[in-house]
Design a protein around this ligand. Sequence first.
Ligand code: LIP
Length: 261
Amino acid sequence: MDGESLRETILPQVEALMKKASRIMLEAGDIAGSVDAKTGRQNFVTDYDKRVQDELQQGLKQILPEALFLGEESNSGTDISKGTAWIVDPIDGTTNFIKGLNMSAISVALAEDGSPKLGAVYNPYADEFFCAVKGQGAYMNHKAIHVSDNPLEHGVVSIGTAPYYPELVDRSFEMARHYFDRCIDIRRCGSAALDLCSVAIGRCELYVEMRVYPWDYAAGALIVEEAGGLVTDAEGGKIQYLHYTSCKAGNPIAMRESERE
Ligand code: LIP
């Protein structure tokens, strides 16, 4: 599908669907009573994650009936390497949602042959809708956004702690200290999608996390790239969207500085 059709036809429908589904988050009642543990340390899912995903899956099926569906809470094994596929995290920042920290987002990407062509991240608490179509720029609430041009010493670095993977904790905190010594301060927001959007809009200069899944970062990574930023794995290698990976994203200056170390 061409960029103009994605921007003019598909994206408005996706925005409306995401905002409608976000009402489930905003109107959530007894969240703590709906929590189930998933595999891995401190990995949780709520009935609300599942309800949001169900509403998104039904709506996206109507928008593009032929597209495959890869979702965090079901269909998480869908092979998206060929054809058109939705990549969805219904509530990115589930622990924040459970704790009432108001720092969670719905993340939806549309990929073709495993490469994102449309990305949308909606934070309903701030009413901030971030989006991008490949080759057509990045926007927040329909205003163009761009990464900052600050070097790390004048920047904020957002760190993901990969809390579900005990084997990555030491590396994550080594990385946090490494960047803490080289920037104004670090942040840990708890949502990879919102971390990436913070880079895209210039609120943060760099984001690094040792393990995220495609539903966490596919939309946010495209938004960063369309906002003039760069996205790689933590070692500076080419980012891919077919299975979990480490992720590093930032403005070009901060990314160059991060590669020199
Ligand atoms: C979360 C990410 C976060 C990461 C967590 C988890 P979830 O997504 O957004 O950055 O540190 O391990 O992957 O599970 O809340 O959708």
